[in-house]
Design a protein around this ligand. Structure first.
Ligand code: PLP
Length: 412
């Protein structure tokens, strides 16, 4: 069983204070904190094995290459991919979406074609498709979001047609917390021969995700949201798709041979990894994956679901507070967006910060969704393996204090 109180000891940053109060970090949906095992892997790599990979014939280069490729193997195992060649390292989820929009999309999407997204996508899984659609004179369609924050799949048969080239959707919403029925969408799309891209940025860090089971064609996620360093992302794709795709970026490492007027491409996965990658970051990401594997992703999910259920209950007891998204903890991840009547989310965020509590306030890079909800911003608390019920209590107390302060100000 996951023991958050014990795990917290692995995260040095959780010992610090903010404005004289113990840090309560409730912003893991933006980026997670890093355990010692990850920090040490990064330091060890730079202290003992640092060299450029693949090209070297010296011991350090071979060691660095083995560590880098070892991390690819860990990612492959973690998401149940068929082979390491299907794992491409990028800078983040955003770059993985852009890679597919450019390298796959430019070849397969033409004038009059359609790409089907949802109304709850992060800008990262929207803007790259807008750019592609604009260039190709294609159009975007959207699976609507219901008032309780779920995808309205009743419209799916009308939305998918002979011109639909791709369906791309998030596994879990970074605003509403909703876990989407990706498998159901995948089955409907595949019945029409349409490939499916899954934005796993808020899913892969928080629950078991196996690509063979999900049967998605593409999956993207970011290391920094799952205990790893910033600057590392992953694109998984089915091998046949990667084989027929052109490279995204050109340069060193992605070539087999180069002449002055043309080049040939390297094998997978290196065809998509131009230039020196974030070697140290990837190696440390391998340590993050091993850390999560030791806990077990079922346990991670169970802990977050329990904590979210507790948070939903406690938060909803606060007069004037309403929670966005599904209220059933089984239907959502550990992201809780809420609104407190009479308190602007930014003011609330600042008052909580004064209590040492880090939440996020804003549009969460989902402006179209917030517009649909009639909001400019929400306050968002998000949980991970190191958060505890006591921290939820501190959040609740601090919101009550903020409310009191604002009502005093309002009545002056
Ligand atoms: N998709 C979702 C659902 C997200 O929540 C985020 C980041 O918050 C992203 C994509 C983009 O991730 P990154 O900034 O690491 O590229």
């Amino acid at each position: 069983m996951l023991d958050a109180a014990r795990l917290r000891k692995d995260f040095p940053i959780l010992d610090r204070t903010v404005h004289g109060k113990p840090l309560v970090y409730l912003d893991s949906a933006a980026t997670s904190q890093k355990p010692k095992a990850v920090l040490e892997a990064l330091t060890r790599y730079y202290s003992e094995s640092n060299a450029n990979i693949h090209r070297g014939i010296h011991a350090l280069s071979e060691e660095a290459t083995a560590l880098y490729e070892g991390a690819r193997g860990a990612v492959c195992r973690f998401i149940g991919a068929p082979k390491p060649a299907t794992i491409i390292f990028t800078r983040n989820t955003t770059e993985a979406v852009n890679l597919v929009a450019q390298a796959w999309g430019r070849r397969h999407v033409n004038a009059g074609d359609e790409i089907l997204l949802t109304e709850m996508e992060h800008h990262s899984n929207l803007v790259p498709w807008q750019m592609l659609a604009q260039e190709k004179k294609a159009s975007l369609k959207f699976i609507p979001v219901t008032p309780d924050g779920r995808l309205d799949l009743s419209s799916l048969p009308q939305l998918m047609g002979p011109r639909t080239r791709l369906v791309s959707l998030t596994l879990a919403s970074n605003v509403l917390g909703t876990i989407n029925p990706v498998k159901e969408v995948q089955q409907a799309a595949h019945a029409h021969g349409i490939p499916v891209f899954v934005d796993g940025a808020q899913g892969v860090p928080h629950m078991p995700v196996h690509v063979m089971d999900l049967n998605c064609d593409f999956l993207a996620f970011s290391a920094h949201k799952m205990l790893g360093p910033t600057g590392v992302g992953v694109l998984y794709a089915k091998e046949a798709l990667l084989e027929e795709m052109d490279p995204f970026l050109g340069g060193g490492d992605m070539i087999k041979d180069v002449w002055l007027d043309h080049s040939t491409w390297n094998d997978l996965p290196w065809k998509f990894e131009a230039g020196t990658p974030n070697i140290g970051g990837v190696v440390a990401f391998g340590a993050a994956i091993e850390y999560l594997e030791r806990i077990g992703m079922e346990e991670v999910r169970r802990h977050e679901q329990e904590l979210t259920a507790y948070a939903l209950k406690k938060l909803r007891e606060i007069d004037g507070l309403s929670v966005h998204g599904p209220l059933d903890p089984a239907a959502r991840g550990g992201v809780v967006s809420f609104e407190v009547k009479g308190l602007h989310p930014h003011d609330l965020g600042q008052l909580l910060d004064a209590e040492g509590i880090a939440i996020r306030a804003g549009h969460h890079c989902c402006k179209p969704l917030l517009r649909k909800m009639g909001l400019m911003a929400t306050a968002r608390a998000s949980f991970y393996i190191y958060n505890t019920a006591q921290e939820v209590d501190l959040l609740v107390q601090a919101i009550l204090k903020a409310k009191e302060l604002f009502s005093v100000v309002a009545h002056r």
